[in-house]
Design a protein around this ligand. Structure first.
Ligand code: HQG
Length: 182
């Protein structure tokens, strides 16, 4: 299986399982689960050949563990990162470490300095425990800026944090007063 095919398939799965399931006539339940046979036939109508082996390799090989399959191997979902309104994942609340990191780009900073971090089209602001992960995320958008978020202080002031099963930290928003630049 070529890396290119695995990367392309991972991007496709992110697209349909997080954002636009309707693009291939796929139904997700509120927990984000899609039937794997329906995913394969929906993708085929879109001219994309998927099979269970390829899907499983993407699930197992995903550096960020973006996807999971059900115990009976009949269903698949993205574990976080959704924008589609049909999905409402019930994340467990969790006490965050003192500091979490968010990677972004210089071009967003004027707006972030005014509004804080907002979820945008996704359901949450995404934060990470490691600077390296935040760097990789921020670099996708331009010249990197790493922001430090005073997560524990936020918790103490009533904000809620969740952790997805792949370790990504989530919160609804981060007001300016809790943000510093690394
Ligand atoms: C920025 C990756 C202007 C924010 C990662 C980011 C993550 C603002 C962009 C996941 C803003 C949104 C998500 C404000 C935030 N004004 N810009 N007030 N507040 N922004 O892609 O966090 O590889 O929706 O800094 O691991 O970059 O896809 O979010 O630059 O978990 O699996 O608006 O994507 O996972 O971009 O990345 P995104 P993100 P995957």
């Amino acid at each position: 299986m070529s890396k290119k095919l695995l990367d392309e398939t991972s991007k496709f799965l992110s697209y349909v399982l997080r954002h636009e399931p309707q693009a291939i006539g796929l139904e997700l339940d509120t927990d984000g689960w899609a039937d794997i046979d329906a995913l394969i036939s929906g993708a085929a109508r879109d001219g994309r050949t998927l099979d269970r082996q390829l899907i499983q390799q993407v699930v197992d090989g995903s550096d960020k563990k973006r996807f999971s399959t059900s115990e009976d191997s009949q269903r698949i979902r993205a574990v976080q990162g959704h924008s589609t309104k049909t999905v409402d994942l019930q994340f467990k609340e969790k006490r965050p470490p003192a500091t979490l990191y968010h990677g972004t780009a210089t071009r967003f900073m004027a707006s972030i300095n005014e509004q804080g971090l907002i979820a945008g089209s996704r359901h949450h602001v995404h934060l990470s425990q490691e600077v390296e992960t935040a760097s990789a995320v921020g670099q996708r958008y331009g010249t990197l800026v790493i922001l430090k978020v005073a997560a524990l202080q936020m918790l103490e002031q009533g904000y809620t944090f969740y952790q997805a099963e792949n370790g990504v930290w989530l919160t609804e928003q981060v007001p300016v007063k809790f943000i510093t630049t690394l």
